[in-house]
Design a protein around this ligand. Structure first.
Ligand SMILES: NC(=O)c1ccc[n+]([C@@H]2O[C@H](COP(=O)([O-])OP(=O)(O)OC[C@H]3O[C@@H](n4cnc5c(N)ncnc54)[C@H](O)[C@@H]3O)[C@@H](O)[C@H]2O)c1
Length: 253
């Protein structure tokens, strides 16, 4: 993937107050996109947006919404349309984990992970499809996970991420005639606030499970997202790419 452009495109990134989402929003902002930073909490979304705007000089808009709720997804997209008049790029990044082995997994934890990680992307995609069809241009990038291959103690999470890949493929089929692409980026072991809290031994052990010998950075994921989101990626749809330092290549943990 060579030089790509998201200049002047309007990008909505869900769950972007921290971690991978913040990295994606930052990269798109530096590349000249107008960015909507979404997260659950208004203050956290505004702080992240303010910092991004100061760091990059980009126009950044904050919207607090729970994208796993129909009204939340609708508010997010209507606020983006009210502010910028269009939505070119949707990055479905918001995600949660509630790990338990199947015998211990509660119905609530099953439902909540499916709601946020799978229903949320569906609801947000549903909201952007109409304006993207009108524009005859749209890029939907879903953040999946290597865990869709199966993860011990992750029945809910891996099923949601597997479903997200299937959803991506259907969005790609339904969007194709309208200039809308949908693709999936699948990270594993990315250095986010949760990882940073681990002690050095745990960090080293985890890094040792990656063929490349290091954990990934949000910027590694952001690069792949921008490639799918770019104007030039107009003939690439329904695809997925791993950003995992080679971890998808072996079945062992
Ligand atoms: N970190 C990794 O190693 C890794 C690996 C594979 C996949 N992923 C995926 O990448 C994405 C981002 O992960 P992260 O590690 O940066 O997580 P994170 O917990 O650091 O950040 C996620 C953000 O999403 C927000 N969020 C949660 N539920 C939301 C909702 N319903 N509506 C709006 N915002 C919501 C949270 O408040 C948080 O700010 C997730 O989809 C995750 O499954 C992460």
């Amino acid at each position: 993937m060579g030089l790509v452009s998201v200049q002047d495109r309007v990008a909505v990134v869900t769950g972007a107050a921290q971690g991978i989402g913040l990295g994606i929003a930052g990269r798109l902002a530096r590349s000249g996109a107008l960015v909507v930073v979404n997260d659950l909490d208004q203050q956290r979304a505004e702080e992240a947006a303010g910092k991004l705007a100061a760091d990059t000089g980009a126009t950044v808009h904050a919207v607090a919404a729970d994208v796993g709720l129909r009204e939340g997804a609708a508010d997010l997209v209507s606020s983006a349309l009210a502010r910028f008049g269009r939505v070119d790029i949707l990055v479905n990044n918001a995600g949660i984990g509630r790990d338990r082995t199947v015998l211990k997994l509660s119905e609530e934890d099953w439902d909540e992970v499916i709601r946020v990680n799978l229903k949320g992307p569906f609801l947000a995609a549903q909201q952007v499809m109409a304006p993207m069809r009108e524009q005859k241009h749209g890029r939907i990038v879903n953040i999946g996970s290597r865990a869709w291959l199966g993860g011990f103690g992750q029945a809910n999470y891996s099923a949601a991420k597997g479903g997200l890949l299937s959803l991506t493929r259907t969005l790609a089929l339904e969007g194709a005639r309208h200039g809308i692409t949908a693709n999936c980026v699948m990270p594993a072991l990315i250095e986010t606030p949760l990882f940073q809290q681990l002690d050095d031994a745990a960090k080293a052990r985890l890094a040792g499970t990656v063929p490349m010998g290091r954990v990934g950075r949000p910027e590694d994921v952001a690069w792949a997202v921008e490639s799918f989101a770019a104007d030039e990626a107009s003939y690439v749809t329904g695809q997925h790419v791993y950003v995992c330092g080679g971890r998808s290549l072996s079945s062992a943990e």
